[in-house]
Design a protein around this ligand. Structure first.
Ligand code: GDP
Length: 391
């Protein structure tokens, strides 16, 4: 499909940047409009692939932001976006809506800007356009503590209530213990960008394709049209070992499939591996409402029979008749990839655990605030209360 992508906040902007990078490395044509919005000038300078004109600083005159971010405060994030709504609207005016089938807003939910300003941006987009607006949200890891969990639990409600679909990415599930935080994020963003661009970029080519089974953007829109939370599975295998060196190679999980002899069996195995691999949001697969399979690779590797049997397998796993499947033939691809979208998953323990952590954090914050006020009052008044303040 043709997409407008908007990154809000630090992580959201880095993810959008990685999507643009992966798109250009694989010669795809997904992102027709790209924009990043931030309250922190330094974070706004991080992306490598976003034109300067598409970087929007908000809140630079807001007393609590002033171009330095919102300090993880979700309320301030929302307030800043609301105050600068005219500027945000003006930036959206440039989006030629005939050029896009949908808009994707990417943000992390654990910080302040993405989690607070993200929902304001989404509301505005929903008012301005008839096209679907999707959200992509990063859930904070448990190890990050109570405040990010509370931000995320609050922001998740706003994202899900106001988007046509919310694709989740769980930092907890993707954290690798032997990496620094920076390296970890870089790798996670690459994995996520690979999944998003392979899925949403299916069916977009420079030249019209004659492929029989080609994925159509209406199939993707149909699968996402559940108003719920989605998770993505992915698996890939090299089809040409002499190519694909360098940066592009790093985008791949280069697992080999033992049985390379039979294209249909290969595809079936790949799709099963995609579903059974680490999902962007760990969840009970059978709780999904709808599913979609995209098979992307050289036309010689694609098999109608393989895709059909994989579709049947998912239909049984998910226990729904709403499973769509299609090919995304890529003449120059050096890998065969399967991406599976599980739409409206309802059994996901991570979300419950974030909510538990958030409730605990909220109670603790309220308790600490009450104690703090009492302590300050005690400290500044004399023990007999004989002294009055000046004003
Ligand atoms: P914001 O600019 O105020 O929205 O703040 P951030 O986007 O930095 O939000 C902080 C949250 O995002 C924390 O939960 C971090 O773990 C997470 N985070 C920060 N950078 C990245 C990133 O590059 N990738 C991922 N997956 N998570 C990130």
């Amino acid at each position: 499909m043709k997409l407008g992508i908007i990154g809000v906040g630090n992580a959201g902007s880095k993810i959008v940047d990685k999507m643009v990078e992966f798109e250009s490395l694989t010669d795809r044509k997904l992102c027709r409009h790209v924009m990043v919005i931030n309250t922190a000038r330094t974070d706004l300078s991080k992306p490598d692939h976003i034109p300067d004109s598409q970087r929007i600083l908000i809140g630079d005159t807001h007393q609590k932001a002033k171009g330095h971010g919102v300090g993880g405060d979700v309320e301030v994030g929302a307030e800043v976006a609301q105050n600068d709504i005219d500027e945000i609207r003006r930036a959206f005016d440039d989006v030629d809506i005939h050029e896009v089938d949908a808009i994707l807003v990417c943000a992390s939910l654990g910080g302040g800007t993405g989690s607070g300003a993200g929902p304001v941006v989404i509301n505005e987009l929903q008012k301005m356009y008839d096209e679907p607006v999707y959200g992509l949200g990063v859930l904070p890891g448990k190890y990050e503590g109570g405040r990010p969990a509370l931000n995320a639990a609050r922001s998740l409600q706003s994202f899900v209530n106001n988007t046509d679909n919310f694709i989740a990415f769980d930092n907890d599930a993707w954290r690798s213990k032997d990496q620094t935080v920076g390296e970890g994020y870089e790798g996670m963003n690459r994995e996520l960008a690979t999944r998003l661009v392979t899925l949403l970029g299916a069916g977009e080519y420079d030249e019209p394709t004659v492929a029989e089974n080609a994925m159509d953007s209406s199939d993707i829109i149909r699968t996402l049209d559940t108003s719920g939370i989605s998770s993505i599975g992915y698996a890939s295998t090299s089809v040409d070992k002499t190519n694909g060196e360098g940066l592009l190679k790093r985008f791949r999980e280069d697992h080999e499939i033992e049985d390379g002899s039979n294209a249909a069996a290969k595809i079936n195995g790949l799709v099963r591996r995609a579903v059974n691999s680490r999902l962007t949001l760990p969840c009970e697969v059978s709780s999904a409402d709808r599913a979609l399979i995209v098979l992307s690779g050289p036309p010689s590797e694609l098999s109608r029979k393989g895709l059909e049997s994989a579709r049947e397998w998912i239909e049984n796993e998910v226990d729904t008749v709403e499973v769509l499947a299609g090919d995304d033939p890529r003449e120059n691809a050096t890998a065969l990839s399967a991406v599976v979208l599980l739409s409206n998953v309802t059994e996901t323990p991570r979300i419950e655990s974030i909510q538990d952590q958030a409730v605990e954090a909220q109670e603790k914050i309220a308790e600490q605030e009450a104690v703090r006020e009492e302590e300050i009052a005690d400290l500044i008044t004399d023990s007999d209360g004989k002294i009055d303040p000046v004003i």
